[in-house]
Design a protein around this ligand. Sequence first.
Ligand SMILES: Cc1cc2nc3c(=O)[nH]c(=O)nc-3n(C[C@H](O)[C@H](O)[C@H](O)COP(=O)(O)O)c2cc1C
Length: 360
Amino acid sequence: MAERIEAATAGPINLADYEALAAERLEPGVLDYYAGGAGDERTLRDNVDAFARRHLRPRVLVDVSEVSTSTTVLGAEISLPVLVAPTALQRLAHPDGEPGMARAAAAAGTIFTLSTLATSRPAEVAWHAPPAPRWFQLYAFRDTAVTRALCDEAVEHGFDAVVLTVDAPRAGRRERDLRSGFAVPPEVDMPAVRAALGAGACPTPAEFFSLVDTSLSWRALEELADDLPLPVVVKGIQTAQDAALACDHGAAAVVVSNHGGRQLDGVAASLDVLPEVVDAVGGRVEVLIDGGVRRGTDVAVALALGARAVLIGRPPLWGLAAAGEAGARHVLELLREELRLALLLLGCPSPAHVTRGHVS
Ligand SMILES: Cc1cc2nc3c(=O)[nH]c(=O)nc-3n(C[C@H](O)[C@H](O)[C@H](O)COP(=O)(O)O)c2cc1C
């Protein structure tokens, strides 16, 4: 009996378990790079705490004999409203790297977003992952030819959207990295950054942000949206005003995000900003959110406040660190099971049934 209990509880059963496993397995400097935020990490903590400040309001005697977690984002069907956010340097977590993460997302029936600061090119991910909806996250480099070449490669290799990150003209002050002296090991390739640097240098995260174009404006968004044959998703919206501007300048969707608390410390939790963004957008485009989602019930809260879907950044990295592609997949499956149960107990047969009235 004792043995059976031990066997039943030995593996990770939630995302926090994966975080603990990743903390055991990752080299300390990499762990701090993944886990850390900017400044005093107030926003980092608040992203998570904001979900705890909300309360779900279940409705009863609703037929929940059939519950589906499926939805659509930008017209693509996904099996759960949880996307994999762009995160840099995934090969530092596990040799499976970005191709493994892409395969995990595809197997879970959701969208993988490849970072510009990835350790694989868009073409490599396309070769090593099955055809499935996937997005490419863009940092617009000062060298516009590099930006253009990256976008062209993403288009050519079947990526379905470009996610323009707008909250990082420079890196936030990430003090854990300053203390650890974190730099990308020379054996880890960052093809996009190498192309922008034009040399085999091995930059720190702050150094690669120095390549980003700080003069980018709303006009540039409009030009990108006009030029690209793909929808442009604007990631890093934190006010109603910018949400409205993004709609006016060609965004196909916006992501309410503060970069997981890694940029401007002291900004509001993503969840606290979501309602004003949803109001400002007024249904013109889909609103997504990331930052602090750790439970299926968090996903339900975000849906109730008007998000079409959420993105998760750190949790799939923990999964990857713990068990490669299989770990990242399991993180997504755990969230799916938690969300399915949350929907059932909320009285919502699908994400589309979750309304503002289901949260206070
Ligand atoms: C280690 C790490 C690297 C990241 N790299 C990128 C990136 O290259 N591009 C980007 O747009 N966002 C990046 N982000 C931000 C994520 O896309 C996302 O906004 C954030 O992680 C969401 O918060 P969460 O980790 O609490 O889910 C990164 C986040 C982390 C933790």
